[in-house]
Design a protein around this ligand. Structure first.
Ligand code: TXA
Ligand code: MG
Length: 349
């Protein structure tokens, strides 16, 4: 299949190009588009066979449900059984934005979207291209991250091209995404409000509205004893080709631990990649050092994390030693992705 790549400037949207993309969506085709978190692989969310195409193109397991993307609150109502007061407050505060919420699904949501669950995940992305595409398509758009299953989520159109060129109908290049990590997934359907995946909206942000909010244990520790509540969290994710180990602790200890381990591994003849930060980069004299961002500005680390993991693939290192980040605010989502990328290999130093 030929994948058409088009450029759209989010500050000045070309309506004709959006029309072209939306007519593909209406025809049951696959269009990758930017959101404020990561690129999504979109299809008409109410068209079962179009949605099947998403699973095929990504190689995604069928038991992993998808998020429906909407452009306004009216579009939410037919998709769900009800909207609780807390959900309504979160909508007012955080939509459009990187918060996905679970609702009891209505009958018009196909089972393939929810993988047979009775809840449906919905979000309103904060990107004008995404919103305009949904509006013109006149349907909720199902969209997982636009990567091959298991790879880091795409934060640029180039990442989408690397993974899906030839497998989908169109890629809208709308520049680099902002947040860089996927949306927070919030489950309000049980007794206790639960974060199933930490993301751009932090637990600190949510606590103001939902004081009793908690976080699913599977998002913090990788362990065979814990089955994450969100089906997607159980798979190995964001994985670089190389093995990855995360060092977590005080910054001096992290630097010392990584330096010692680098020496050992290089002596064994291995090519070592180090994922460092602005504040620590000058401490490393060996290995391939890439700077993921600044500890003073954790948003910069979130924005660059997936791109940095992909860059290590290009550099053909055998092993990546990554600095852990303090897990407050967006740091929680960063550490969750590092845990997944490393398959839970976190060394406390
Ligand atoms: O930022 C994002 O959320 C991006 C952009 C494209 O919007 N999308 C995204 O989709 O990350 P995906 O499919 O890669 O991740 C969706 C996550 C998965 O972990 C999935 O298991 C979970 O949401 N999920 C979806 N529906 C669910 C449901 N009904 N119950 C529990 N978890 C659900
Ligand atoms: Mg994904």
């Amino acid at each position: 299949m030929d994948t058409k790549i088009i450029n759209i400037n989010k500050e000045n949207i070309d309506e004709e190009l959006i029309m072209e993309a939306s007519s593909l969506i209406k025809d049951g085709k696959l269009v990758a588009f930017p959101t404020e978190t990561v690129y999504g692989l979109g299809a008409n969310g109410l068209d079962e066979s179009a949605v099947k195409g998403i699973f095929n193109a990504k190689g995604r397991p069928q038991d992993n449900p998808l998020i429906l993307h909407i452009y306004n609150v009216e579009q939410l109502i037919p998709l769900v059984k009800d909207v609780s007061d807390i959900a309504l407050e979160c909508i007012k505060k955080f939509w459009p934005g990187p918060l996905t919420m679970l609702f009891k699904k209505s009958n018009i949501v196909p089972d393939i979207i929810t993988a047979g669950l009775d809840t449906v995940a919905i979000r309103m992305p904060n990107n004008p291209i995404a919103l305009e595409l949904i509006r013109k398509s006149n349907t909720p758009i199902a969209a997982p991250s636009a990567n091959l299953s298991g790879k880091p989520s795409p934060t640029s159109a180039n990442h989408v091209i690397q993974d899906l060129d030839g497998k989908i109908d169109m890629i809208i290049d709308g520049g680099i995404t902002g947040v860089g990590l996927e949306s927070t997934v919030l489950d309000l359907s049980g007794d206790v409000p639960l974060i199933l995946r930490p993301g751009g909206v932090t637990i600190e942000d949510l606590k103001e509205f939902i004081p009793n909010i908690t976080q699913d244990k599977g998002t913090i520790i990788e362990s065979a004893d814990i089955t994450p509540k969100s089906p997607g969290q159980k798979y190995r994710h964001y994985a670089p080709k190389a093995e990855m180990i995360v060092f977590d602790g005080e910054i001096e200890d992290i630097v010392e631990g990584i330096t010692n381990r680098t020496n050992e591994l290089i002596n064994k003849g291995l090519r070592v990649g180090i994922m460092a930060t602005e504040e620590t980069k000058n401490n490393y004299t060996l290995g391939t050092v890439l700077i993921v961002g600044s500890r003073e500005n954790k948003e910069s680390i979130a924005a660059n994390l997936f791109n940095t993991i992909r860059l290590f693939d290009d550099k053909n290192v055998d092993i990546i030693l990554a600095e852990g980040i303090e897990s407050d605010n967006i740091g929680m989502a960063i550490m969750n992705r590092m845990m997944k990328a490393s398959g839970g290999k976190i060394i406390k130093v």
